[in-house]
Design a binder for this molecule. Structure first.
Ligand SMILES: *[C@@H]1O[C@H](CO)[C@@H](O)[C@H](O)[C@H]1NC(C)=O
Ligand SMILES: *[C@@H]1O[C@H](CO)[C@@H](O)[C@H](O)[C@H]1NC(C)=O
Ligand SMILES: *[C@@H]1O[C@H](CO)[C@@H](O)[C@H](O)[C@H]1NC(C)=O
Length: 460
């Protein structure tokens, strides 16, 4: 019955007055542990100063002037989004619980959170936030500035997207960022919906049945939620909120941490939710997020990455086509292909190619051992994450073999190829390295459900 500020009113205490200061410190320390809810600026901090900057490494990674880009393919994750309806519902429940509890002087954090305005509505359900539009517009402008020849006026752009609202909105924002001078290949459709390539996971029956809808597949995640590291975080948060620890669980604590990350990404503010967590707590919660990515989208199960071979092959088909057209002096039919999907689109693709693979799997019981792991989702797939393939034609090459070169950029930083440890490769070498995936990975067969009915199999 009492208005929500009533609970906080008796405590204009020193702790509360100090809170903004404490929070400013807290956020700087936590934001590198937000996993898939990380801001793009986390991987490219220079963008905070200037969102159109190409960064300190851009000049150094340029190719010899004899190389001209022929084709650019970008696979993007949508920009900053609102929480999903489920997360908003859980946050509402947690917040309501804090409002119900009697005010206690010992719990300034609980008082601050009770005074926090719950402004998320379920209808926001995963939609693109205004910041997400800016993410995409700025990314488009940076890519255009980096590859002016490809993004020159009247070049043809193929723009495809997942059917999800946030991806369609991201595509439109990317298009706006490029300005009006690019052609769209004559057809009136600005954005082609292509779930077969951007949401391949939905079409892979084996992935859906054995991973997505199979709770047992996430056993490492479940075990970590109940393990000693999470237990410690749970007890700390319960104590800060003056709640009995039985009233909390890993999911509620995770929602509090998510809210800290959402408020920073969406509103550029450090929310009082962040004050519940130390940097060590944040590392534990980041690991929980990475574990889920690892087992659901990464190396945990082969089908996670194998289901992306349909996208991988499409990328190489278009690269092949551009090489062929170049060899026969024809105009390149698809110089620019931009596709907007999800973290769930990019992560499996990167795993298929072998990037960010640790020697040992991420497990519930090797948290300490994985402290310096490569597989950190926040570094790989923050909001607006992007994987860019650039095919070059190089004149004056010593041999024709070297005429076509490829560069890959992840989040605008050159990726080091696994077959050479270089950031540039001949197209032939790259193709050869991935020959097996290109020739032997067939989406339809990979994704077929194994026959679990033994009787039926015997009858075949
Ligand atoms: C976000 O907040 C920081 C610190 O208050 C400020 O320096 C920065 O300019 C803000 N960024 C945006 C995009 O508003
Ligand atoms: C790349 O470098 C790593 C670390 O130095 C090394 O272990 C690996 O063998 C190298 N790979 C190639 C293909 O040279
Ligand atoms: C397995 O197949 C047999 C024969 O087609 C059928 O009678 C049986 O009900 C099936 N069992 C299950 C668990 O689907």
């Amino acid at each position: 019955m009492a208005p929500r500020w009533a609970a906080a009113a008796p405590f204009p205490s020193a702790a509360l007055l100090l809170l903004p200061l404490l929070l400013a410190v807290a956020s700087a320390g936590l934001s590198s542990y937000f996993g898939t809810k990380s801001r793009y600026e986390e991987v490219n901090p220079y963008l905070v100063q200037d969102p159109l900057s190409l960064g300190p490494t851009a000049a150094g990674s340029r190719l010899p002037p004899a190389c001209a880009p022929l084709q650019l393919r970008a696979v993007l994750r949508h920009g900053t989004r609102y929480p999903t309806a489920g997360q908003i519902r859980r946050l509402g429940e947690l917040h309501a619980r804090l409002l119900r509890r009697p005010a206690a002087a010992a719990c300034p954090a609980a008082a601050a959170l009770a005074a926090w305005q719950m402004w998320y509505e379920e209808s926001l359900d995963g939609r693109l936030a205004p910041q997400g539009r800016r993410d995409m517009e700025h990314l488009a402008r940076r890519l255009a500035a980096r590859f002016p020849a490809l993004f020159a006026a009247r070049r043809r752009l193929v723009l495809a997207s997942s059917s999800k609202h946030r991806c369609l909105q991201s595509s439109a924002a990317f298009r706006r960022g490029l300005g009006p001078s690019l052609s769209l290949g004559g057809d009136e459709v600005e954005v082609q919906v292509n779930d077969a390539l951007m949401r391949f996971f939905d079409y892979c029956a084996k992935f859906v049945a054995l991973v997505e809808e199979n709770d047992a597949a996430m056993c490492q995640v479940t075990a970590f939620k109940e393990g000693p590291e999470m237990r410690k975080v749970l007890e700390k948060v319960a104590s800060a909120l003056c709640l009995p620890v039985e009233e909390l669980n890993a999911d509620l604590v995770q929602v509090a941490f998510l809210t800290c990350s959402y408020e920073l990404a969406i509103k550029n503010v450090t929310s009082p939710w962040c004050s519940l967590f130390s940097e060590d707590d944040a590392k534990v919660l980041e690991y929980l997020n990475d574990l889920k990515q690892y087992w659901k989208r990464g190396y945990g199960y082969d089908i996670n990455s194998r289901s992306s071979c349909i996208l991988f092959q499409d990328i190489f088909e278009h690269l092949d086509e551009a090489v062929e057209e170049s060899k026969s002096s024809k105009p390149i039919s698809s110089p620019l292909i931009v596709q907007v999907g999800h973290a769930e689109t990019l992560q499996p693709l990167l795993a298929l190619m072998g990037f960010f693979k640790d020697d040992e799997p991420l497990k519930a019981n090797n948290y300490i051992k994985q402290t310096h792991r490569k597989f950190r989702s926040g570094r790989i797939v923050p909001y607006a994450a992007n994987l860019v393939f650039v095919l070059y034609h190089c004149d004056h090459a010593k041999t024709s073999e070297e005429e076509y070169q490829v560069q890959m950029l992840l989040n605008e930083q050159p990726l080091v190829f696994l077959h050479s440890n270089e950031t540039i490769s001949t197209y032939a070498d790259l193709r050869d390295y991935y020959k097996d995936i290109l020739e032997n990975c067939h989406f339809k067969e990979e994704c077929e459900l194994p026959k679990i009915n033994v009787t039926a199999v015997d009858e075949l």
